[in-house]
Design a protein around this ligand. Structure first.
Ligand SMILES: Cc1ncc(COP(=O)(O)O)c(C=O)c1O
Length: 937
């Protein structure tokens, strides 16, 4: 006998599980309905038991279904009626049909899905988007949230009214979703990723009938902080603002029967796209909704490129593959054309006219595409870059830094920044991230370290030369900064410091309400509001009074500093590898600018673009940047949510699987971030008792947070080093991943992953674990011992990560300075003269002798082992015993800048002792002001 499934206690405000929980509920309902159908022939009491389970399962599902247009109240009513009438077969068929439509999203295009069970005859393959040829052009589907004070009984009629406005020429099609309260509007906005627009009527009640205690707790504190009275009944505009904070891309329409002119003139209505007088102009409203979506859907560059490709075109410029004739007519390379398809070649050109624009001097559709991207990312300006973020970083650094400027930079950052510093002639002042020695990787740079570096520069009289702070957010391994706090406290010490946040991996975070506040643009928007707030001005004055006129560095380090809002210049730059986290072709990258003083650097910014950008940018990459923006503005929220959910699934499954967890483990926030940086007490997303409200608090307060989509899987405990495990996954299981450490590999989920991918990964880990078990069981104690020794060597005998030492005296302005910035460019170019260099074998006794007795070993170039991927030596750096020890222990094959045959490349002592030419790197450095006497510390 089939056992009847039980209803669970899942709640609608358990957002980390939101969408998947809904689908899981549908699957459980289907199981229950089938069980009932199978038991239909049984005696009454038994049959009724099954019927009751189905009823309970539907009742539980209903808390979600109120927030989605499909299946909608009419079909759910039919379902209720079938259950009530005891029609087990009809119930199972209807549930089957509805859940298939939901799972495949076929209801978005298939009108018959809205009719109910008839569609159960359609096979799954026909429902899969893209599986069949589309006979009619695809009309994208979305949902519109209607927040209405009308009685729920009237909703269906109102919905019909809206549907009547549809016209055949509409480019998009939408369905309304009705809710009747403030809280339900928030729930719907969070849960329903298909929502693209919201209509808010005035006069809605506050409380939701749904049981959502966590949401209530968060909303209560949010409203109290915003000074909104939940009993006032006048919070339509507050709702609009709140929804925009959750999902800035949504179009919000406000319908009022008050004096609409006044509402429209209210400054808090800036987030509303249009205000309507309630009963007027339903067609205008309909057209506005479509127009809003059209604005996001438009991809000016891609649209023009498609048009260009369709035009007959004679090409007399230098790009033989354009139009594809040399390929499709070729005797030998026709397969290239077959593989890539004609459109790729029709859409190739080196022209910048004829409907195309110039990436280097955009005045047409690239300019508009960049403006749209700026709106989407919350920036003032966006620049598309077709050579990856490696280039974006160098562009920004060259634009903002002149020779002799000091650039504070995480030594563990991407190599493009180090090269950017060399090219600009800036002096890097390396700030160290905290080490995660056990996993041979770094975390992120503590704020205290950064503040200390700035205060030291102040002591040395060099603060005016500190122009740029460069940090990686999030790091390769997923450490996210408290971006707002870092900028606020640094600006308190130097009000015009510029920030470059390298968000190569984190571009997607804009579309997560959890992460947005920790992105460069999200944090800048919050700070901008803060600096305008009179309460902040007051708090600043109080802090200033409390600190007195000459606070010691110790006090400044220990105080959570507020910046002087009258003095600060909030100058924020962000670079992101759009190709790493969005649907963009490889090398597509963006530079985002939010800088009130941008006009002062605009010219040099263009120079930097001209220096680094190819004059033959790839048109397909530009188009895909445009398309990636469109996708994120329309479905980024849903996709990013899903990738977070999938990452949480992997974490939970690996760490709780009885067999897999014996050998593998995904590191939680507590293992990646020391407790001192988690002052909210947050442990991990999956710790029992943790809910999203706690995660929100941690994201607001803690110094560092972990991006859950970056999963450090420890494999050393299974006897694999990172590279070895990466190769096993690639060779034996066709699973690709990117970064490794001595004893871990980094897995990532992104908007491309599905639950099937996750299932595949878990299955593979189970198989590998079974293999280890078998090997150990078959190999007896010898195998056991070898395994234990291997695990110990990987997990315990880990080398210490070497810190940056200092630049050799020749490359320092003042060797007595407590700050360690140096003229790396001079050192870099010194190595261009062979006679100024020497090579020494890493393992030769000469190295040990020189370490003990000198002359000092000074690196001639960058030495970057992969993994971990950060430079353990930079040009001009003095090499110490720790660095040599680390190098000698490294067992990785790829070490950029080091040849095992030739040995370490050093600047030779003769050169280092020789007199400095007058044109050394210091020539352009502004003279350092007189050194301040060491601060009372
Ligand atoms: C932090 C960081 N910044 C920049 C880059 C370079 O980006 P791209 O590959 O787009 O050139 C990378 C590449 O891995 C990176 O990890």
């Amino acid at each position: 006998m089939t056992t009847a499934p039980k209803a669970t206690g899942a709640r609608v405000d358990q957002f980390f599980a939101g969408v998947e929980t809904r689908f899981d509920r549908w699957r459980s309902l289907l199981q229950a309905a089938r069980a009932w159908e199978g038991a239909a022939s049984q005696q009454r009491p038994e049959n009724e038991k099954y019927q009751a389970v189905v009823s309970a399962s539907v009742a539980e599902l209903r808390q979600w279904e109120d927030f989605f247009a499909y299946p909608g109240q009419a079909l759910l009513k039919t379902l209720d009626e079938r259950i009530a009438s005891g029609d087990a077969g009809g119930t199972a068929r209807l549930v089957q049909s509805l859940s298939a439509a939901l799972l495949t999203h076929s209801y978005r295009t298939n009108l018959a899905d809205w009719e109910g069970e008839e569609q159960s005859r359609i096979g799954l393959a026909e429902r899969v988007p893209g599986a069949g040829e589309e006979t009619v052009p695809h009309r994208p589907y979305f949902e519109v949230l209607v927040v209405s004070p009308a009685r729920p009984a009237a909703w269906s009629e109102l919905g019909q009214e809206l549907r009547k406005l549809r016209r055949p020429q509409d480019k998009f099609i939408y369905e309304p979703v009705f809710v009747g309260s403030f809280e339900d509007a928030v729930l719907a906005t969070i849960l329903n990723g298909s929502l693209e627009a919201v209509m808010i009527y005035e006069g809605i009640p506050f409380a939701s009938p749904h049981h959502s205690p966590v949401l209530r707790e968060v909303l209560a504190s949010h409203l109290a902080a915003s000074g909104i009275d939940a009993n006032s009944g006048q919070y339509g505009l507050a709702l609009a603002q709140g929804l925009k904070q959750l999902r800035p891309e949504l179009d919000i329409y406000f319908l009022s029967d008050r004096e609409v002119e006044k509402v429209a003139g209210d400054t808090s209505a800036a987030c509303v796209r249009r205000v309507f007088y309630q009963v007027e102009e339903p067609l205008e409203l309909h057209l506005s909704i479509l127009d809003g979506i059209g604005d996001r859907y438009d991809t000016p560059y891609f649209d023009n490129l498609q048009k260009y490709a369709q035009r007959p075109m004679g090409t007399f410029h230098a790009l033989p593959i354009a139009r594809g004739k040399s390929i499709f007519k070729s005797n030998w390379i026709r397969d290239m054309g077959q593989f890539y398809g004609l459109n790729l070649f029709l859409a190739e050109s080196s022209a910048t006219t004829g409907g195309l624009d110039s990436l280097l001097e955009p005045t047409g559709n690239i300019k508009v595409a960049q403006e749209k991207a700026a709106r989407a990312f919350g920036a003032d300006h966006v620049f598309f870059v077709t050579n990856g973020t490696s280039t974006s970083n160098k562009m920004v650094e060259q634009a903002l830094l002149a020779p002799g400027d000091i650039m504070l930079v995480d030594r563990n950052c991407h190599k493009s920044h180090h090269y950017g510093g060399v090219l600009a002639g800036a002096f890097p002042l390396y700030v160290e991230a905290y080490p995660l020695t056990q996993y041979s990787m770094y975390g992120a740079v503590p704020l205290r370290t950064i503040k200390k570096a700035l205060l030291d520069l102040k002591t040395e009289g060099k603060l005016d030369r500190a122009r740029l702070l460069v940090l990686t957010n999030c790091t390769f391994d997923g450490h996210i900064y408290n971006v707002g706090r870092v900028m606020e406290e640094c600006l308190a010490i130097k009000p015009d410091l510029i920030f470059l946040w390298d968000e190569a991996w984190f571009g997607f975070a804009r579309w997560s309400p959890f992460y947005r506040r920790r992105t460069a643009m999200g944090a800048a928007a919050i700070l901008e509001r803060k600096f305008k707030d009179p309460a902040y001005h007051q708090a600043y004055r109080e802090q200033e009074k409390k600190l007195g006129s000459n606070p010691s560095d110790k006090v400044l380090l220990e105080t959570r500093l507020l910046a002087n809002p009258d003095k600060v210049r909030l100058r924020v730059y962000q670079t992101n590898s759009t190709h790493k986290s969005m649907s963009c072709l490889r090398q597509g990258s963006m530079v985002l600018v939010k800088d009130p003083d941008y006009h002062t650097v605009e010219e040099q910014f263009h120079e930097a673009v001209f220096t680094h950008a190819s004059t033959s940018p790839n048109l397909q990459i530009i188009a895909s940047l445009d398309i990636a923006r469109r996708q994120m503005e329309l479905e980024g929220y849903e996709l990013v949510n899903r990738s977070i959910q999938l990452a949480l699934d992997v974490r939970r499954e690996v760490n709780s699987h009885p067999l897999v967890s014996k050998y593998f483990h995904v590191l939680g926030a507590d293992e990646m971030i020391p407790a001192e940086f988690r002052t909210s007490g947050f442990i991990d997303y999956l710790t029992p008792g943790t809910n999203w409200a706690k995660a929100v608090e941690a994201l607001r307060e803690d110094e560092f947070a972990l991006d859950v989509t970056r999963l450090t899987l420890v494999c050393g405990s299974a006897g694999f080093d990172g590279t070895q495990f990466k190769n096993v996954l690639a060779a034996d299981y066709d699973i690709q991943l990117n970064k490794t450490s001595r004893n871990s590999v980094l897995l990532q989920t992104n908007i491309n992953n599905t639950r099937s991918d996750i299932a595949q990964l878990i299955k593979v880990l189970v198989e590998i674990s079974q293999g280890i078990e078998k090997k150990l069981a078959d190999g007896g104690s010898a195998a056991q011992q070898a395994f234990t020794a291997r695990v110990k060597s990987l997990m315990t005998d880990v080398p210490n990560l070497p810190n940056f030492t200092s630049f050799f005296s020749r490359f320092r302005e003042d060797t007595s300075s407590i700050t360690t910035e140096g003229d790396m460019r001079s050192a870099f170019f010194a190595a261009y003269r062979e006679k100024q260099c020497e090579h020494i074998n890493l393992f030769s006794p000469e190295v040990d002798k020189r370490l003990k007795e000198g002359p000092e070993l000074v690196s001639a170039n960058f030495v970057i082992p992969y993994p971990p991927g950060f430079p353990i030596m930079v040009p001009g750096q003095v090499i110490d015993a720790e660095t040599i020890g680390f190098m000698r222990k490294l067992d990785v094959k790829e070490i950029h800048g080091y040849s095992a045959t030739l040995g370490l490349k050093l600047l030779n002592p003769a050169f280092l002792k020789s007199e400095k030419p007058p044109s050394s790197g210091f020539a352009n450095a502004p003279k350092t002001a007189k050194r301040k006497s060491a601060a009372a510390d």
